[in-house]
Design a protein around this ligand. Structure first.
Ligand SMILES: C[S@@+](CC[C@H](N)C(=O)[O-])C[C@H]1O[C@@H](n2cnc3c(N)ncnc32)[C@H](O)[C@@H]1O
Length: 255
């Protein structure tokens, strides 16, 4: 799998390439990162990549031509390296919200070309011609697409086979199908008593079925409280057992 990132700040990607889980996986050759700077695809002395917006208004807009040339270079290199064609994804607050199912589908693919916007955004004609998909990290605006691209890379790479060891397994994480798409349950570690508060008794019981049931109920409780939409989805998918439904009833109306 390879991510090609098109960014005016390619050095930012050292964070996912060199550090933590994704850095270790990169070192093991489980994924690859190739950065492309649109400035390297300009033809003027100032290496101009942005200009003022037509119609006036504040800020600058990223020009189509350097971005298009960078995408073309990334695509050509991917083809030369015998990688399957990959979608060109623009990070944008106006895109569809990135989520765990999209991370899973990316993890099952050859990767993507990620375009990081800056300034007020990107010339629409570039988007119309070259972008297959727009993804947002959430309903807030950052200064650039790099952090969003890194979030997507991280969420995807940790799902690749061999990246996480058993202790770090993604299977029990929030939104995972193995957890019926629910939120994760709370976690505890030593000491057994911290500032007078003990670890919940079921976790100390050594009884695997009781521990699993306690965790399931905590997941259900938390999800019903914070993300009722995920309970609804799990129900629609047939992921909730009669025992889950009985527990949800004890939480009161609405759960
Ligand atoms: C300052 S923002 C531009 C915001 C744009 N004018 C708007 O209001 O939608 C600059 C760049 O940061 C990136 N960006 C900002 N917020 C983002 C988010 N929530 N998700 C993904 N990318 C984001 C995009 O690449 C965007 O082109």
């Amino acid at each position: 799998m390879r991510f090609d990132v098109i960014s005016l700040f390619p050095d930012m990607f050292a964070v996912v390439r060199d550090l933590g889980v994704t850095g270790r996986a990169h070192g093991q050759g489980l994924w690859n990162l190739q950065a492309w700077n649109p400035r390297d695809f300009t033809h003027d002395a100032h290496r101009t990549v942005d200009d003022r917006p037509y119609g006036g208004g504040p800020g600058m807009v990223m020009m189509a031509a350097p971005l298009a040339a960078a995408v073309q270079a990334a695509r050509a290199r991917r083809a030369a390296d015998a990688l399957e064609p990959a979608p060109v994804i623009l990070l944008s607050p106006t895109g569809r919200r990135f989520d765990q199912p999209r991370a899973q589908s990316l993890a099952a693919s050859a990767g993507a070309v990620l375009i990081c916007g800056r300034y007020e955004g990107v010339d629409q004609r570039f988007i119309d011609r070259h972008v297959d998909e727009e993804l947002s990290l959430g309903d807030f605006v950052m200064s650039g697409g790099e952090l969003a691209a890194m979030a997507i890379v991280d969420a995807t790479v940790r799902l690749l086979p061999g990246v996480l060891n058993d202790d770090e397994s993604a299977i029990q994480d929030s939104f995972n199908p193995a957890l019926s798409g629910l939120l994760d349950s709370p976690h505890y570690t030593r000491p057994e008593i911290y500032e007078g508060e003990a670890v919940p008794a079921p976790l100390l019981s050594g009884h695997h079925a009781n521990i699993a049931r306690w965790r399931r109920e905590q997941s259900l409780r938390l999800t019903a409280e914070r993300r009722p939409d995920l309970i609804q989805r799990a129900r629609e998918q047939g992921w909730l057992t009669p025992q889950d439904e009985r527990f949800l009833k004890t939480l009161g109306p609405g759960a």
